[in-house]
Design a protein. Structure first.
Length: 215
């Protein structure tokens, strides 16, 4: 058994990667059996795929979504257990969206076909959310380890409510950092880190998508 990489995190945890799933499982078992009282070994497991069904009617709930979808759309060949409803959230104009967990085959069926929910034809897409530190505006970063704050609009060392920059003066700290280390492949950094079209954000979401879909 061999490891591909060994990385120590700032919070004291250690991440070990292996070439095969079987090696990771054997390593987890070995650590628990020999050092279980001192160390906690957790095997990373791929998250289920999450999708968001947009603009559902008020009659659709987390309790009836699966039965409704299966009964109204026999052409999708769905069965009980293929969809797990997580939660409903509302956005502007009282539009209701439903987040569900699915397997890879169910995801493919939903994306390739129009389907009915009640009296509506609904749109579905992958549900991907990037974790962002609210202090330094970094992705996949824990705010507990931050010192000071970085404005998400101008990348200055100030709180967002203190920022007076206009849009032409915006600077994304994530894209600016990328440019610092990739001088021959620069990307646009003249935007807020909260911009949905941020190149760094889109690259991260693409990575999430690949990690969840690749077997």
């Amino acid at each position: 058994m061999g490891s591909n990489s060994f990385k120590e995190l700032t919070d004291g945890r250690v991440v070990i990667t292996t070439s095969r799933k079987e090696e990771a499982e054997a390593l987890e078992t070995d650590i628990k059996s020999k050092r279980g009282e001192e160390l906690e070994a957790i095997l990373h497991r791929r998250r289920k795929l999450r999708m968001v069904i947009r603009n559902i009617s008020e009659y659709i709930t987390t309790s009836n979504i699966e039965a409704t979808l299966v009964n109204q759309n026999p052409e999708l060949s769905l069965k009980a257990g293929d969809i797990t409803a997580k939660y409903i959230y509302e956005i502007k104009k009282h539009s209701r969206n439903l987040v569900v967990e699915v397997n890879a085959q169910t995801r493919k069926s939903l994306l390739q076909n129009n389907f009915k929910l009640g009296w509506m034809i609904c749109k579905v897409e992958d549900y991907l959310v990037a974790t962002r530190c609210f202090k330094r505006s970094r992705f996949n970063h824990r705010h507990q380890h931050c010192r000071g704050e970085v404005c998400p609009h101008c990348a200055g060392r100030r709180k967002m409510r203190e920022c007076t920059a206009n849009s032409s003066e915006y600077k994304c700290i994530n894209c600016a950092t990328y440019n610092l280390h990739n001088k021959n492949a620069r990307i646009c950094d003249n935007h807020s880190t909260m911009d949905r079209n941020c190149p760094s954000l889109q690259a991260l979401l693409d990575k999430y998508r690949q990690n969840r879909l690749l077997k």
